[in-house]
Design a protein around this ligand. Structure first.
Ligand code: AVJ
Length: 321
């Protein structure tokens, strides 16, 4: 029999959407931006000149690939585990270097989507056939737990692209702590953190004139329309970005341009908006060395060193237990 205390909602997306749109102030979770269309829009964002994060991190990896590969390598074969692999453009740079130097390793990209993993595996077969790829379908922590339990090879865990920036500090500490418990003494974590910088540069990255970021943000409403029978009219909302240089937090909003009521049929909900009422949709946290050390300390990790681009625009940190 079905658990009576179980949710009355058809999915976690439905439940979270109901919660966010009946709260004050209203909010939605940025993780729901990423359906097939959201993935594609994020690819477009990464290709925009204003979205400096991708090219900064690419430069760091390109400049330092020899040192980084040396630090990763060990006498015996190791596992390179990537959380949130995406299209792997930046990872391929490191994989090529590891292959060129004849380091022995397996590449284990972890993703919830088998589709993403299949595409990555095929691309690698084509471009760097020497790499031994073992795709891992599942959530990050299921997979890390499994890998920590069943194998004794050294682990290098890779998280690129400042993905941690979508988390509040307390969520980020939980995230790092979960990784830390899966790590042994020899293991290391290599993670990207976007840095505090000229606020204007940050504002431009999240508020491009072509409106790609706006479409990305509004994909939340599109998904609610498609999957939950929503009646959002996209042009009645304005994409709005803020950046607080004190906390380093960039925040995205959708702001209702007028008083309106929006039906969401499958939630049996009518959401009322006042004119200029907001929905908070995303944070993109920016960091400095002090914040990263503090997060690491809270999570039981140590910062061993970092790699930066020439402008200190972005940094990749190496952590150990
Ligand atoms: C995928 C979390 C790194 O916050 O910079 C890009 C997502 N949002 N433009 C970021 C995003 C708006 C991105 N991360």
């Amino acid at each position: 029999m079905k658990n009576q205390s179980a949710t009355m909602f058809e999915s976690v997306f439905a439940e979270d959407t109901h919660k966010g749109l009946t709260s004050y102030p209203k909010f939605l979770h940025s993780k729901y931006i990423y359906d097939k269309k959201g993935d594609k829009l994020f690819q477009e964002i990464m290709a925009m000149p204003e979205y400096y994060l991708t090219s900064c991190e690419f430069d760091i990896l390109k400049q330092n690939k020899t040192d980084i590969a040396k630090i990763f390598s060990s006498e015996n074969s190791f596992d390179l585990i990537e959380l949130g692999a995406g299209d792997g453009k930046k990872t391929k740079l490191l994989l090529k270097e590891l292959v060129d130097k004849n380091y022995k390793f397996n590449y284990l990209p972890v993703d919830i989507s088998q589709n993403v993993l299949d595409e990555l595996e095929n691309a690698l077969k084509d471009e760097i056939p020497q790499v031994s790829v073992k795709t891992q379908q599942g959530t990050y922590f299921e997979t890390l737990e499994k890998l920590a339990e069943y194998n004794s090879r050294k682990k290098v865990i890779l998280v690129l692209g400042s993905n941690i920036g979508n988390l509040s500090h307390s969520e980020a500490v939980d995230f790092l702590r979960n990784i830390a418990v899966a790590m042994s003494d020899d293991d290391m974590l290599f993670m990207g953190f976007d840095q505090k910088k000229d606020p204007q540069i940050i504002m431009n990255a999240y508020n491009d004139p072509a409106g790609i970021t706006e479409r990305f943000n509004k994909n939340l409403l599109v998904r609610i329309n498609h999957e939950l029978g929503g009646e959002f009219e996209l042009e009645k909302f304005k994409h709005w970005e803020t950046y607080d240089p004190e906390t380093g937090t960039a925040r995205s909003f959708l702001v209702s341009k007028e008083e309106q009521r929006v039906k969401i049929h499958r939630l049996e909900l009518e959401v009322k908006f006042d004119a200029w009422e907001s929905i908070h949709t995303e944070i993109s946290q920016k960091y400095d060395d002090a914040i990263v050390s503090w997060l690491a300390d809270e999570a039981g990790l140590l910062v061993e060193r970092n790699f930066a681009d020439s402008n200190n625009c972005f940094k990749n940190y190496i952590f150990r237990r």
